[in-house]
Design a protein around this ligand. Structure first.
Ligand code: C5P
Length: 330
């Protein structure tokens, strides 16, 4: 894939990512709040890492047009470069924690509250971008990030239907999301920094990530559900919905990495924000949902935030030019 991609392609990957994220949240919430045997979420996280590893290797086979080519590439760039490969240990462990936290949060909160609060990751991502890659964000852009967050919160206030029932523990859910936002910001920026800081291909980076991802997710399986799994089996409570969650999470993960390669983590955050507004607009036309005043105000804020964020930054002040040499007159 060429590095220069069209705006159309960028929009396409951002759109796939946002539809994917919404489907994932709704499905996880649905399966965690249903009655009946409950699957172990740690196993789902581990199966997702395994499936992403297989998909990345398939893509490498396609790129090299042979299985042998893929094996040679992985051998040379993953196993023969242990110190480079170990760089991916950190983000993959953090993502394993984040992916487990998502299940925990969605077991304790409704999908709408989860979706809004999770938008805080836009702010944590910006913070880590400044701290870790020295990205300069102007005051106007910081302001626009805050506006974006408030805009999304207003949109969701309109559609949120926060029911407190026996399934919910609001405080636990909220703490889990906040921790998730920190993980998302840190791991996202770390991955972007390593990916863009070397010539190693995206798919090799992903193979490195998912190898560690499987190991750290397996640790999660052992520590949290080990005893129960010994009794009931790894795939206890699995049904077609759980396989769908694994499929959606795998595609989402791969698209996330493509989006980060061709755009950046903050643009990824903006796209999710737009999708929240868009999904409410679609439900207006599809299901006759009504727009409330919060929705209109919130969408206005989101659009204003995007406009402000994309304004050109003021040019840095020019260094004072040396005084012209004085011409001596006799
Ligand atoms: O919410 P956020 O955008 O931070 O989620 C990123 C998701 O993408 C995580 O589930 C993570 O496991 C996944 N990911 C991936 N491959 C990458 C980077 C992220 O599967 N290279």
């Amino acid at each position: 894939m060429a590095d220069d991609v069209t705006v159309g392609f960028k929009l396409y990957i951002l759109m796939v990512l946002t539809v994917n994220a919404t489907a994932y949240i709704l499905l996880v919430r649905y399966t965690r709040s249903r009655d009946g045997p409950m699957y172990y979420s740690t196993t789902t996280v581990m199966m997702t890492e395994l499936s992403k590893l297989c998909l990345s290797m398939l893509i490498l086979i396609k790129e090299h047009s042979s299985i042998r080519g893929m094996i040679v590439d992985v051998y040379r760039n993953v196993f023969c470069k242990p110190s480079d490969t170990f760089k991916m240990c950190i983000p993959s462990c953090i993502y394993a924690i984040q992916n487990n936290l998502a299940f925990f949060a969605l077991s304790n909160l409704d999908a709408a509250t989860y979706q809004v609060t999770y938008q805080l990751k836009i702010l944590t991502t910006a913070m880590f971008m400044v701290l870790m890659i020295g990205k300069s964000i102007s005051r106007v852009q910081w302001g626009s990030l805050l506006l974006l967050f408030f805009g999304i919160a207003l949109v969701q206030l309109d559609s949120a239907n926060v029911k407190q029932g026996s399934h919910y523990n609001y405080t636990y859910g909220l703490v889990a999301i906040l921790a998730s936002c920190l993980c998302s910001g840190f791991a996202g920026v770390y991955f972007e920094k390593v990916l863009k800081g070397s010539d190693t291909s995206l798919w090799i980076r992903n193979v490195q990530m998912y190898l560690f991802g499987i190991a750290s997710a397996f640790l999660g399986v052992l520590t949290k559900d080990g005893a129960n799994i010994m009794e009931n089996g790894f795939f206890y409570g699995y049904n077609n919905y759980i396989y769908l969650i694994i499929g959606i999470a795998s595609i989402g993960g791969l698209y996330t990495s493509i989006v980060v390669k061709y755009t950046d983590n903050i643009i990824k955050g903006f796209s999710t924000a737009v999708s929240i507004v868009a999904s409410v607009v679609c439900s207006y036309f599809l299901f006759d949902a009504m727009f409330g005043q919060y929705f209109i105000m919130g969408s206005g804020l989101v659009m204003l935030a995007i406009y402000l964020y994309s304004l050109p930054k003021p040019a840095p002040p020019k260094p004072a030019s040396p005084k012209p040499a004085q011409v001596q007159t006799v």
